[in-house]
Design a protein around this ligand. Structure first.
Ligand code: NAP
Length: 302
């Protein structure tokens, strides 16, 4: 049984593909109000290439008593630890938790909240967004890397992902992937918020991008992540080029008045630098500016 917490963008994308492959799925929704709304909707809708498909997947609230053997955690990084703590008593010893959260920091928080479980991390380039409650658009096909820094042995349920057509690979260095993605995010997303621009417009700020990337490379090396530092500047330019017309996820969140995951991205990077007593003036100034920007808009920064 796949228990999936969070019927947002990624939760829906995973739940619907697993369910249509004939695998047993149970959604865990926030509370009875959300469950009622879900029952009214009659299930999840996934829209692919403009075609909606409806999936009446079973759902429950966190206070349900069913034991959990395998949990897909599909909430935002800032909700992850609280959500898992709520379910900790339902997790059987040796349960697996697959964490879809972007950035770093939430994985450690979840591991502390559920010490009896094996935490398996994911880093995904798939894209999805919510069109309405319980209706999700599959916007970008991509790939998901899955790994466990404490245990190289892949779990047997990777076969389920294969059966469900979820493109993935077992990664022997998932932390390197998460750090690389975090570094790309730190170089691109905060600037798009402060400049209020699409990713492609950052091509007009090459000096700032170069300074930030240099500091991120220093940070990655100091944190023992030299592989993740390799060719970072070229990759930043490549991502900006490939996503030139897009607004970054942080830009979308901030401009729509939604809480961002800053604490698990640029905030995490600045804290790691502080822990290593590494002065990174451009990165720290960017962080301070972003905090001011979000605070001025009444958005939380933790
Ligand atoms: P999302 O659309 O906001 O969905 C998060 C879901 O979690 C919401 O439905 C929310 O419920 C639910 N939730 C939060 N706390 C809960 C709780 N205690 N119990 C039950 N449900 C709870 O977020 P997302 O875009 O799927 O992102 C999830 C993570 O994946 C993020 O870290 C994001 O950065 C990462 N990611 C996303 C994408 C993408 O394309 N969307 C791509 C790569 C990585 P409510 O609806 O009740 O608020």
């Amino acid at each position: 049984m796949w228990h999936i917490l969070g019927a947002g963008s990624l939760g829906t994308l995973w739940a619907t593909r697993l369910a249509r492959a004939g695998l047993p799925v149970q959604l865990i929704l926030r509370d009875s109000t959300r469950l009622h709304g879900y029952q009214q909707a009659g299930g999840l809708t996934l829209i692919e290439q403009g075609q909606p498909q409806h999936y009446p997947i079973a759902a429950q609230t966190p206070d349900h008593r069913q034991p959990i053997q395998r949990l897909l955690l599909a909430c935002k990084a800032y909700d992850a630890a609280t959500a898992v703590a709520q379910l900790a008593h339902r997790l059987v010893p040796g349960a697996d938790i697959l964490l879809l959260q972007n950035g770093l920091g939430s994985q450690d928080e979840v591991a502390r909240a559920a010490p009896q479980a094996r935490c398996i991390f994911a880093s995904s380039t798939e894209g999805a967004f919510r069109q309405a409650d319980f209706q999700v658009v599959f916007a970008g096909h991509g790939h998901t890397w899955i790994g466990d820094p404490l245990n190289m042995q892949p779990p047997d349920w990777l076969a389920d992902l294969h059966q469900a057509g979820i493109a993935h690979d077992w990664s022997l260095d998932i932390l390197s992937r998460l750090w690389r993605k975090l570094a790309l995010n730190c170089a691109i997303n905060p600037l798009t918020v402060l400049q209020d621009c699409r990713n492609g417009q950052l091509r007009e700020h090459p000096a700032q991008l170069a300074c930030l990337t240099d500091e991120l490379v220093e940070l990655l090396q100091r944190c023992g992540q030299s592989n993740a530092a390799e060719g970072l500047y070229d990759d930043v330019l490549r991502v900006i080029q490939a996503t030139a017309m897009n607004y970054s996820s942080m830009h979308q969140d901030a401009s729509q008045g939604r809480r961002t995951e800053i604490a698990y991205l640029l905030g995490y990077a600045c804290q790691a630098a502080q822990r290593h007593q590494l002065p990174l003036p451009h990165l720290q100034a960017l962080h301070a500016q972003l905090l001011n920007h979000l605070t001025a808009r009444g958005l939380p920064c933790h």
